[in-house]
Design a binder for this molecule. Structure first.
Ligand SMILES: *Cc1c(COP(=O)(O)O)cnc(C)c1O
Length: 386
């Protein structure tokens, strides 16, 4: 299906008699029925025929159809946050005594799910260098049931050889999950290579305006059924109908927003790559990116995320740089219109600032939709101040 069809029409045209250009928000918890038979029929397909909004809501159903089509999967479910989607996906695949393999620096709350929660239920994990796909395969044991990928990875954008890992997993009855937030479904479709469950922080590009928190999971009919009947309905971390509507609205501009941040990011990265005060640039589409071959194979374009290590490795230099920035706001998250800087030092105790193995000089940058000239001027000022 072509993208315009997904963004502008899928799930909408036949659903509403009056053909509204923007779909209605079904702001209701509950649906009522004219007969016992009708009510029973709805309850038996409560994921598709609206019965109660925790299960299905017509506004949310439009969004889920669009996300499934975008990721080229049979089904999708949306959640109140990316973390809720990740938790449902991971928990649905493991039981006590199982082992999983995960990239060694996943999104921080994904790591806490594995280290603090799954360990309580006797699920073990081996973390592996995210740029070493063969090592991820080699880390699998007889009781490995799940391989968790993030490609590109948080902060440093290592990529996995998705096809290689998915082929191995399929042959060994291991489920694969991939966090595709960084690439977006426009720039990478992991299901094409056989990944079983694709998860998103939809807070980022898919929503795109820094005004909501949401998550999504895209998968096959069989896995969807299992998750819907289990973690989805039980944990109940749903997205509200209003926020589903907001995301439908956001998807209409996903392609142009992604093109804009990608174009800006390429300009900003070009400026930073050989800057004398920058030790290292992490950016999938820079000349120095270590995994060019995987990038060319899997990633259609860059998006707006990059990370720098300043040459001067001390806290006060990082602080000066960050506090001089004006256009780039200091903040976490990314994927909206506004450019953001996230210094790694904020995640550390000050006791660690001087330790050799910490990244006190590391700053993640998200390049938004502002003009790249203004953003580069802002970075010039901040780099000149140190
Ligand atoms: C932000 C983020 C998450 C968590 O998503 P929330 O919507 O904040 O819960 C998960 N994975 C990645 C890669 C992220 O950047």
């Amino acid at each position: 299906m072509d993208k315009d069809q997904i963004f502008y029409h899928l799930g909408e045209d036949e659903a509403f008699q009056d053909h509204p250009a923007s779909p209605p928000i079904y702001q209701t918890s509950n649906f009522t029925f004219g007969s016992l038979e009708e009510m029973a029929k709805s309850l038996q397909s409560e994921d598709k025929i609206p019965f109660y909004t925790r299960g299905a809501n017509p506004t949310t159903s439009i969004l889920q159809q669009k996300l499934a089509a975008l990721e080229n999967t049979e089904e999708a479910l949306v959640f109140g946050s990316g973390s809720a989607a990740i938790t449902a996906a991971v928990v649905s695949q493991v039981k006590a005594g199982d082992h999983m393999v995960c990239v060694d620096n996943p999104y921080s709350w994904t790591k806490k799910l594995i280290d603090k929660i799954l360990t309580r239920f006797n699920v073990a994990c081996t973390y592996v260098d995210p740029s070493d796909s063969q090592a991820m395969i080699d880390a699998c044991k007889d009781n490995t049931v799940l391989i968790y990928m993030e490609s590109p990875n948080s902060w440093t954008y290592e990529m996995q050889d998705i096809q290689l890992i998915a082929d191995f997993a399929k042959a060994n009855s291991i489920t694969t999950i991939l966090d595709n937030s960084c690439a977006s479904p426009l720039y990478q479709q992991p299901a094409t290579y056989g990944v079983d469950i694709i998860v998103h922080s939809a807070t980022k590009y898919l929503s795109g305006h820094s005004d909501m928190v949401a998550g999504a999971l895209c998968t096959s009919k069989a896995i969807y059924q299992k998750i819907f009947q289990g973690e989805f309905m039980t944990f109940g971390g749903i997205l509200s109908p209003f926020e589903s509507w907001l995301m439908i609205r956001s998807l209409r501009t996903l392609e142009m927003r992604m093109e804009c941040v990608t174009k800006n990011a390429l300009e900003v990265a070009d400026f930073l790559e050989n800057h004398p005060k920058v030790e290292r640039l992490f950016f999938t589409h820079s000349k120095s990116f270590a995994q060019g071959e995987l990038r060319d194979r899997y990633l259609k374009a860059a998006g707006g995320l990059m990370t720098i290590d300043l040459k001067e490795k001390d806290f006060s230099t990082t602080e000066n740089f960050c506090n001089t920035l004006e256009r780039f706001k200091l903040g976490c998250s990314w994927g909206g219109y506004e450019s953001l800087a996230f210094p790694a030092a904020t995640t550390m105790s000050s006791l660690n600032y001087d330790k050799a193995d910490t990244h006190v000089n590391r700053i993640r940058l998200y390049v938004g939709t502002e003009s790249h000239e203004a953003l580069i001027q802002d970075l010039t000022n901040a780099l000149n101040s140190i």
